[in-house]
Design a protein around this ligand. Structure first.
Ligand code: M6R
Length: 609
């Protein structure tokens, strides 16, 4: 999705803007642009392509001026072209703006503005905002933006500068995220935290239908009705380096390796000896949690897979009925949410439009919402009744890895916490469960040590065009996740299935050209059944890779390749089994020369429907 950065400073800003917009490359984009004000005039450079390529062509850092904006565009309205790249200007070339979101009434507004003589240079919805501000401008920049925003329907995160107001920047937000960074003698706007991490750790979050006036000395925030808003200043705890690659060839590989630490951080502070302490964060009375009769979890993509694992954990150990819903389906289904139903959402970014809309739908129906979120201060975090953060640090690779295992960690802690509170798990079992999760960071490190083996396996499978992933019980969502990882980074078509469902259709696909990856860790219920499914694949010539529990030598006789993971309780197997699948997808994509951190057509945070 688009990235926005803006700086008002006492020093030249183009170099900083370039660095900052590069730090948002992971969001996915097709064109890039920058505008700065120098000596009372706007200068703009923009084009389609990667930031590095465009910079070579236009030399962004040659732009002079101490106030400026940069934008990386992910096309929605209007094709990928130079004229559609942001920033966009008004007719006189005084106003320049960058926008994330969609102006829903842009056709009507454009027609009216054209009647009044405005000339449009692009096919975007965004450009109408520049002309509307021009219409309303009578000397006061902030007032003109406020008046224009009254006419706009839709979502926006906006950064706006005006050549006649060189030391000012106006920012506004409705539904699309925008943060304000507070520096020393300079202030910033950004669509996402990593952009400004090298410059400041102090931020404030703009709320919906809020507008801010920034100068280098101060930031004032108002409602669209003009009322002044006092905003809390929050400290970002992420280190600037955590958004850098540190010698890894890709963020995805780095983030796979960061999982032991991410899980340890997510556990830290939530376990005291033999107790899990979530009461403060959960922000609910024990009595309320005890009487929950049902949990509905809403999420998208990888977070939806985490929800499926959570369903298994919560039903099995806490004995609460759970339903998992695609957020995008839930929001349009007029869902029934009886009293004493808890709605949970899971989101790495905290900005996924469908998930946000789903929790709003739940709240409209008077449900309480708990969210598991990685990005502090994100929209989902702010709109939920309680937040359980994952402490995975910034996840830059579009393919989610460490956020997933951190989400599973939170779901597990919550499960054990609720199980104890609801009287279905005695203390000795709580202690055992705590002992098990504490082992996970080290056990993931052990899985990572097997990477050479996974690399050579990936090399021999990289030329296939399809793959089937199978798993049962709590490992079924891991089959889905393994398939998703492979398809998004390597563009190989991959399907995940519950292993037993294979014989109801997908078995027709199996021949010697179909790699089948089976998650077959030991458990008391389904392991033997999975072995039968393996036989079914083998007898049809399929090539099988098994993810198995260390010490299981039997399985090696039945399959072509085995990747072993350390033994732990079966309920925690997903946290270990997913790691070789992440590496497998990564190495195949590497072999195929794919753009691993920014796969085609994908964006890190999907903030549009
Ligand atoms: O930020 P969220 O967790 O809400 O994002 C949900 C999905 O868009 C995300 O998990 C997506 O599927 C990833 N690309 C998966 O790797």
């Amino acid at each position: 999705m688009c990235g926005i950065v803006g700086i008002v400073s006492g020093r030249k800003v183009s170099g900083m803007l370039l660095e900052a917009i590069k730090r948002l490359e992971y969001r996915g984009y097709d064109s890039v642009g920058m505008a700065c004000i120098a000596e009372g005039r706007l200068a703009t450079k923009k084009d389609i392509g990667k930031i590095g390529e465009v910079d070579k062509k236009v030399d962004f850092s040659s732009l002079e001026g101490t106030t400026g904006l940069a934008h990386s565009r992910w096309a929605t309205h209007g094709g990928v072209s130079r004229k559609n790249a942001h920033p966009h200007e008004d007719c006189k070339g005084n106003i320049s703006l960058v926008h994330n979101g969609i102006v829903e009434n842009h056709n009507e507004l454009k027609a009216e503005l054209q009647k009044k003589g405005h000339f449009f240079a692009s096919d975007t919805d965004t450009e109408v905002i520049a002309h509307l501000i021009e219409e309303h401008y009578h000397g006061n920049f902030l007032d003109a933006v406020k008046a224009a925003l009254q006419q706009i329907e839709g979502s926006y995160a906006l950064g706006i500068i005006h050549a006649k107001h060189p030391g000012q920047m106006v920012a506004a937000r409705n539904e699309s995220p925008l943060i304000i960074g507070l520096g020393k003698d300079e202030n910033f706007i950004a669509s996402d935290v990593p952009a400004i991490l090298p410059y400041t750790k102090k931020v404030t979050y703009l709320g919906n239908r809020e507008i801010a006036l920034l100068t280098k000395e101060k930031v004032e925030v108002f409602g669209l009705d003009g009322t002044k808003r006092d905003k809390a200043v929050e400290a970002i705890t992420w280190a600037a380096e955590s958004a850098e690659k540190h010698g890894f060839s890709h963020f995805m590989l780095k983030e796979i390796h960061e999982q032991p630490q991410a899980i340890a951080e997510t556990i830290n502070g939530r376990i005291q000896e033999t107790l899990i302490t979530l009461a403060k964060e959960l922000n609910f009375k024990d009595a309320e949690l005890k009487k929950i009769e049902r949990i509905i979890i809403v999420a998208c993509g990888t977070s939806w897979h985490a929800a499926l694992v959570g369903e298994f954990m919560l039903e099995e150990l806490a004995k609460v009925p759970v339903e998992v819903e695609y957020a995008s389906e839930f929001r349009y289904r007029d869902p029934i949410i009886p009293p004493d139903t808890l709605v949970m959402s899971i989101s790495q970014s905290g900005e996924t439009a469908d998930t946000l809309a789903a929790i709003r739908e739940a709240k409209k129906k008077k449900a309480k919402v708990i969210s598991i979120v990685n990005v502090k201060g994100s929209s989902i975090a702010r709109e939920s009744d309680a937040v359980l953060y994952t402490y995975a640090g910034p996840e830059i690779g579009v393919a989610s890895t460490k956020a997933f295992t951190s989400q599973l960690t939170v779901l597990y802690l919550l499960t054990v916490y609720l199980a104890k509170l609801r009287g279905v798990m005695p203390q000795d079992q709580v202690s055992n469960r705590i002992r098990d999760i504490r082992k996970i960071p080290l056990q993931i490190t052990q899985v990572l040590e097997d990477k050479e083996n996974i690399l050579s396996l990936a090399a021999s499978f990289s030329r296939h065009s399809n793959a089937l992933y199978l798993g049962r019980g709590i490992n079924y969502p891991i089959a889905l996740e393994g398939a998703l990882k492979l398809k998004e980074v390597s563009y190989i078509h991959a399907e995940g299935y519950p292993a037993a469902e294979m014989k109801h259709g997908p078995i027709a696909l199996i021949d010697k050209n179909m790699p089948v990856i089976v998650v077959a860790t030991k458990d008391t219920r389904t392991y033997k059944k999975v072995l039968s499914n393996i036989e079914e694949v083998k007898s049809r010539g399929g090539k099988i890779i098994a993810i198995a529990s260390r010490g299981d030598h039997e399985i090696a006789k039945k399959v072509d390749h085995v990747l072993y993971i350390p033994e732990n309780s079966y309920i925690l197997a997903p946290l270990l089994a997913v790691v070789p699948l992440q590496l497998f997808a990564y190495y195949i994509a590497l072999k195929r020369g794919c753009d691993i951190d920014k796969p085609r057509n994908l964006a890190k945070a999907v903030v549009v429907e």
